[in-house]
Design a protein around this ligand. Structure first.
Ligand SMILES: N#Cc1ccccc1-c1cc(NCCCN2CCCCC2)c2ccccc2n1
Length: 196
């Protein structure tokens, strides 16, 4: 019987196509390799609406492939999608229990960029973001949510090499994506250790 999700983390960046999907994929692989992924609800989201519905940036996907880190994106030949009859959960990610079931049966789900929701501030224990702009956007959004529980922090605050900011690589090169990857590896490792 899979353990219930006792921990939860939402990685956030500006568009949810570059930095936060990399952080999510790196952390999910680390938690899987440590045998604790079933204890975690892991997701990523954007502070902006720039890229809602879009897959992770191809440069980030290439970086993950180089490092053998599975990403929830599945390149698609067919345009297969799903939808709801209600507006109850617009912008939310699939239910954690469903994702866990799919993962158990080794069925990949593809990540699509989504914006952080008020519900996220109530349901995630940690919301870890990449730079000061993300942090101020998140704190402003959180202020409109009564009794929210999330600890809103910079992912870089866990970096043993003290690189506090994970810079936006959107206008950058493959090397900039490599730097994002290396920072995410250091920070996610320290964050997992701090929560084990
Ligand atoms: N903004 C900024 C910015 C400033 C400095 C460095 C990077 C970026 C930057 C720009 C992006 N999209 C281009 C502008 C989008 N449009 C801006 C005006 C509203 C309509 C949308 C990004 C998209 C996805 C992920 C990260 C991104 N980051």
């Amino acid at each position: 019987m899979a353990a219930t999700s006792s921990k939860s983390v939402l990685f956030v960046c500006l568009g949810n196509i570059c930095r936060s999907p990399i952080a999510e994929a790196v952390f999910r692989k680390m938690a899987t390799d440590a045998g604790v992924v079933d204890k975690w609800r892991i997701d990523s989201a954007a502070t902006s609406t720039y890229e809602i519905g879009n897959p992770p940036d191809y440069r980030g996907q290439a970086c993950m492939k180089r490092h053998g880190v599975p990403m929830r994106h599945v390149a698609r030949q067919w345009v297969i999608d799903s939808g709801a009859t209600s507006d109850w959960n617009i912008g939310s990610s699939p239910d954690a229990r469903g994702l866990s079931c799919l993962r158990k049966h080794n069925i990949e789900t593809r990540h699509r960029a989504r914006q952080v929701t008020k519900e996220d501030f109530m349901s995630f224990e940690y919301i870890l973001c990449m730079d000061e702009s993300n942090l101020s956007d998140l704190k402003r959004k959180a202020n409109s949510v009564k009794n929210y529980k999330a600890k809103i922090e910079l992912l870089g605050s866990y970096d043993p090499q003290k690189q506090l900011i994970i810079k936006d690589p959107y206008y950058g090169s493959d090397e900039d994506f490599e730097t994002v990857y290396e920072q995410c590896v250091r920070c996610c490792k320290a964050f997992l250790e701090a929560n084990s």
